[in-house]
Structures are given as structure tokens and as C-alpha cells.
Design a protein around this ligand. Structure first.
Ligand code: ADP
Ligand code: MG
Length: 604
């Protein structure tokens, strides 16, 4: 839909733009003013109050593209102005092979956004005056290749959605500076990034797109091959630092290599894009229950984190471009302090002791709290993931609640299971797979209790993966103290689905009917309700957070009928993304205008 698609055209049908070839001409075609007229207008408003910049809102014809000035900022310190640069595909002359299908268009858009960002740095428009004057930016994102609003294809054009700080001295418009910024620097940025491409740029574009398509091709095959993830031989998994998504320097990093027992091969559509040749070799992580063991600092978390982020594609040079995971994998962690609303956590937590003075205890089948404990929060995270269709769970001992993960034999001997509300994960993980088809990949260096239930055991030893499945099983068989674990008191049930209610969505704040904001990957404030997202580790990009904030509102307005389950409401939202792209989430719903910086979030 982001490319040559009918829905895109109809969505943009109400734009007051000149007709494009093949489209119905507008009845009274008034020629749009050109870049010289834009410069003249800007010169004229030099020295006037900042609001005078409003005069340039609208559409301006440049020789290579059309500049849309959708919204001029209110003052030099406000969010920068929102502009779009629309380049006819004829002018951009991208290699035709780059845009073959939807996957390729998303990848090409990601490459074009990165190229645009690089070009901004290279041209380096002069920062002028107060506030954000002279600042030019595009929301090109981080390491993950996500569908985003920054670059979008129409039938005949490709568009960059950018932000520009219009320069001011105090609160007076610096019209001359603005003229050189918009008619000179911006043109140079756009042409250098997208139009005056060299052969090597086109090679880089095609390699990027091919590499992403190779990953998608493997992602689509994982299920039928009985796998939840693939880690390519040669992948560089560690990052340069804990706070960075850039790869560790090659001379410091041990490249990944698969143990023979887990070795798999995938035929990919494009040779030499991501890895050499047309066959990618690496480690296949099977469905079922896989345990990753090893001493501290031997690289377990690093592998898990790479898999966690491989639910989406990575570009060449990232180090993780040959790591591919099932898109239904959900990282689960303890998240003490989180709110829980009507979640069925009975599989893990049941028979709470009654509160003092009460006869009966709180039910855990529709459990709510504003401040969950470590184990309760982890149980809720699992129930919610399964509720909306997770195919597998990723758990790391570093971020799990110990009493949720294990309960050893000695403790079972001392405290009777009847008096323990928590059924530890180790006693449910088998049934999660056998009965519900939900796999688990568990990083666990501290307890051998999981040997009994694991289908495969991988050891990380000095950053090398080894197959230790047989050894782990031998240890179970020869363990003389091995007392069989008592079966859980109740069989596993699929957690009850929830139906969201309208009353749960109140977007009012102060005098505003609708006020929704977000901060980084950390928080959404919906009306006056704060939603803490720090525990959602697979939220990769602040633009995804913004998209979730908008999606919540779309859901509240259009999605919730108090009949449909949360799972099916989310289907609806994903359908909207597929049909209209993320532009459909523009909180102001000004069709065809700059929609803000959004990236596609996962349903989880
Ligand atoms: P664990 O979870 O087993 O305790 P980590 O995954 O946290 O270990 O890794 C410990 C340290 O080793 C980290 O600083 C990480 O950057 C580094 N590291 C991990 N994998 C590699 C690798 N393949 N090559 C070099 N350094 C690595
Ligand atoms: Mg670790």
C-alpha cells in the first residue's frame, strides 16, 4: 500500500495538488508558485513577526520536486515546521528492481530516509538565530528497518516528510536566512540524497533492499522448518556498548558460529546481500523449549537480545542482518510495579491467601492491581502475550523473578504446594508448548531444573554456541536425588480473552478533549493516564511509541464496540496499517498532509 497502490491514490484524492499524469485534472488549474516566488515571499517577510511565516504554507514548485509546507511552527522554540518534498519517480529514477513488492518498498523507503539524513549532515545547513532555526531533520530511525512515515511512495512520486526550524532573530522572521535554507540548502539536500545518485549509491540501495528481502524470505519459512529463529554464521551480535545499537568493532567481536547439531541452511532469493552466496548457513532454534545455559559473561544475553530484535529486519553492516526471528516472539520479563487490568493469570498464580478479615481471596482469573509484584507482573506479561497470539516467549534470567522461574526440591519439601500460590514457569512451560503451541527460549545459567523439560540445550562458552543437550539429559538421568516434580494442581488453560470497554479510554486532560502524548520508548500519557512502557523491550523506536499512542485513540474511537476481544481489535488496527499505511494514524487526520513521525509497532 505504501507504493503504487489504489488505496494510496484514493487517500490522497482530496489533496489540493496539481493533477499527476493519469489522474483526473483539477477543474481550475492555478499554476503553483515556484521556488523563486518562495524566495521572494520569504525576503519580503524578513524582520516581520514570526507569525508572518504562515504566508508560506502551501505548495511550491521546484524544478526537481514539489515542496509542501504543511504546517509552520508557532514560534522559533516550538516543534519545527512540517514539510514534505515530493519527487516524481521519473526524476528520482530509482532502479526499478528496488520497488518490486511491499517488502522491497519498505526497505527502499528505509534506505532513502537514511540517505536523506546523511545528506542533511553533509550539506550541514547553517543554524541561524534563536531556537531551532536552521534545523533540518528526517525521522530515519535506528538499526531496525521499520515501516515509517518518513518516506512514502505514491503511484508517481516518492516523498520525504521532514521537519525544518524556520530561522528567527528573537521573535522576528529571518526571511533571508529562511530563503537560502528552503530554496538552496533543502534543494541541495534532496538532490544529493535522492536524485544525483552515483552508481555506488544504487548498488548500496539494491543491496539493502535485497538483504531485507532475504531476511523476510527466511522469516516466512521459519514456521514450516520447525524453527522460531535463525542466527547466521558470521553474525556480529554484540553491540559497541550497552547504550548503543551499533555493532561492536569487528576486531573485538567473536563472530557467531552454529554448533553442528543446530546447523541449518536457507536458500535466499538474492546472492551476496547480507551474507556471501545464495545459501545462508547458521543456527536454527527449534520450536518447543530451548534452554540457553553458560557461565556469566559468556554471551547468553547478547544472543537473546539479537533474537529479540530480529523480529524485524536489519540493514547490511548492522551485524545482525543474518539474524531472523519469528515475528510472534515476545520478550517476557518481570516488571514489578506495573498495573494489571483484568488479566487471567490463574495458570501461574492461584489460591492467594485471603486478605486479613476476608473469607475469600481475590480471584486471579480476572486479576487487577495497580502495583504488581515481580512474579505477578511476569505472569501477566505472559498471559497478555498469549492472549494476542504470541508464538513464542523469550526469557532472560537477568530480568526474571526467581520465584516465578523455579522452585527447587528442597523448597517443595518444606512448603507444601497447597500453600504456594505460584506455579513456577518450569512447571508450565511444557504444557505451554504441547497444549497451546507457544515455544520458549530461556536463558538460564543458575538452575538445572529446566533440564527436565528442555527439548534442546545450548551452552554459550566464551561467545561460542555449543550443543549440550545430551549432556544435560544424562545429568537428569543419573541424578540420584532427582525427585520427579509434582504435577501442577490444575491443568493449563488458555488465558481468558479480554474485551476492552470504552470507559477505559478517557483522553481528556485539562481543557483539552483529547490530549495524548508520548516520551521516547518509555511512556505514553493518554488523557491523564500514564502508561509506563519501559518493560516493553521490543519497542525499538520512539516513533513506534507515538504510533501506539495514536493507535490507542483510533481504537477508542473506531475499534471498541464492547463485543470484540482485544485480540480482534488489534487485528483491525493492523488491517488499517496494511490498507492505509501509518499515515492513517495521523492524530489530526489531515489526509495527505505531513502525518508526523510514526513507525509501525507490533501488536504486542
Ligand atoms: P551473559 O548473559 O552470559 O552473562 P552477556 O551476553 O551479557 O553475557 O555478555 C557479556 C559481555 O560480553 C558483554 O559486554 C558483551 O558485549 C560481550 N560479548 C557478548 N558476545 C560477544 C561476542 N560474540 N564477541 C565479543 N564480545 C561479546
Ligand atoms: Mg545475561
Amino acid at each position: 500500500h505504501i507504493g503504487p497502490g489504489a488505496s494510496q491514490r484514493s487517500r490522497l484524492g482530496d489533496l489540493d495538488t496539481p493533477s499527476l499524469p493519469g489522474e483526473t485534472p483539477t477543474p481550475m488549474p492555478t499554476p503553483t508558485p515556484d521556488s523563486a516566488q518562495l524566495a521572494a515571499t520569504l525576503e519580503r517577510l524578513d524582520g516581520r513577526g514570526y507569525k508572518a511565516y504562515r504566508d508560506i504554507e502551501g505548495e511550491w514548485t521546484f524544478s526537481e520536486f514539489t515542496l509542501f509546507i504543511d504546517r509552520v511552527q508557532a514560534d522559533p522554540f516550538a516543534d519545527p515546521s512540517k514539510l514534505r518534498i515530493r519527487v516524481p519517480l521519473e526524476v528520482a529514477a530509482l532502479p526499478a528492481r528496488a520497488l518490486g513488492n511491499r517488502t522491497r518498498q519498505v526497505a527502499a523507503a528505509a534506505w532513502l530516509a537514511r540517505a536523506f539524513r546523511r545528506s542533511i549532515r553533509e550539506v550541514g545547513p547553517r543554524r541561524a538565530g534563536t531556537g531551532k532555526g536552521g534545523l533540518v531533520s528526517i525521522d530515519a530511525g535506528g538499526a531496525e528497518v521499520l515501516e515509517r512515515t518518513a518516506v512514502v511512495f505514491g503511484e508517481h512520486w516518492v516523498e520525504a516528510r521532514i521537519e525544518v526550524g524556520l530561522p528567527a532573530a528573537g521573535r522576528r522572521a529571518l526571511g533571508g536566512e529562511a530563503a537560502s535554507l528552503l530554496t538552496h540548502d533543502l534543494r541541495e539536500i534532496a538532490t544529493r540524497a535522492w536524485i544525483d545518485r552515483r552508481d555506488e549509491d544504487d548498488r548500496s540501495l539494491l543491496e539493502f533492499v535485497d538483504c531485507v528481502e532475504n531476511q523476510e524470505s527466511i522469516r516466512r519459512q521459519l514456521r514450516e522448518r520447525g524453527l522460531i529463529a535463525f542466527v547466521g554464521d558470521g553474525a556480529i551480535l554484540p553491540r559497541e556498548s550497552g547504550a548503543s545499537e551499533r555493532p561492536m568493532l569487528a576486531r573485538d567481536a567473536v563472530p557467531f558460529s552454529s554448533p553442528q547439531a543446530f546447523g541449518v541452511e536457507f536458500q535466499v532469493p538474492h546472492a551476496d546481500a547480507g551474507a556471501k552466496g545464495q545459501v545462508w548457513r547458521g543456527m536454527g532454534i527449534p520450536r518447543g523449549i530451548v534452554l540457553m545455559v553458560g557461565g556469566g559473561y559468556h554471551g547468553k544475553t547478547t544472543v537473546l537480545r539479537a533474537i529479540e530484535r530480529a523480529v524485524v529486519a536489519h540493514g547490511p553492516g548492522d551485524g545482525r542482518e543474518t539474524v531472523v526471528a519469528d515475528p510472534g516472539l515476545v520478550k517476557i520479563r518481570a516488571e514489578d510495579g506495573r498495573a494489571v487490568t483484568g488479566v487471567d493469570i490463574q495458570n501461574f498464580i492461584d489460591r492467594l491467601p485471603p486478605a486479613p478479615g476476608r473469607k475469600t481471596a481475590k480471584s486471579t482469573r480476572h486479576f487487577s492491581t495497580s502495583d504488581a509484584s515481580g512474579s505477578t507482573s511476569q505472569a501477566a506479561n505472559i498471559a497478555e502475550a498469549i492472549e494476542i497470539g504470541a508464538s513464542g516467549l523469550l526469557l532472560d534470567e537477568d530480568t526474571c523473578a526467581t520465584n516465578f522461574m523455579v522452585r527447587d526440591a528442597r523448597m517443595q519439601a518444606l512448603v507444601h504446594p497447597r500453600d504456594e500460590p505460584i506455579t513456577p514457569f518450569v512447571d508450565r512451560v511444557r504444557a505451554l508448548y504441547d497444549d497451546l503451541g507457544v515455544s520458549s527460549l530461556i536463558v538460564m545459567g543458575g538452575s538445572g531444573d529446566y533440564f527436565d523439560v528442555a527439548d534442546a540445550v545450548i551452552e554459550m562458552k566464551a561467545y561460542q554456541a555449543l550443543d549440550v543437550t545430551a549432556r544435560a539429559q544424562a545429568i537428569v538421568e543419573t541424578d540420584r536425588h532427582n525427585t520427579p516434580r509434582p504435577a501442577p494442581m490444575t491443568p493449563l488453560r488458555r488465558p481468558d480473552p479480554r474485551i476492552p470497554l470504552r470507559a477505559g479510554f478517557d483522553a481528556r486532560r485539562g481543557r483539552r478533549e483529547v490530549k495524548i502524548s508520548s516520551r521516547d520508548n518509555e511512556e505514553i500519557v493518554y488523557g491523564t493516564t500514564k502508561i509506563d512502557l519501559r518493560g516493553v523491550e521490543q519497542l525499538f523506536d520512539p516513533s513506534q511509541t507515538r504510533a501506539i499512542a495514536s493507535a490507542l485513540h483510533v481504537m477508542a474511537i473506531d475499534g471498541i464496540d464492547e463485543i470484540r476481544s482485544l485480540d480482534s481489535v488489534l487485528d483491525e488496527i493492523e488491517h488499517l496499517f496494511d490498507q492505509e499505511g501509518l499515515d492513517g494514524l495521523d492524530p489530526l487526520r489531515r489526509k495527505g498532509r505531513h502525518p508526523g513521525a510514526l513507525a509501525r509497532p507490533r501488536r504486542f
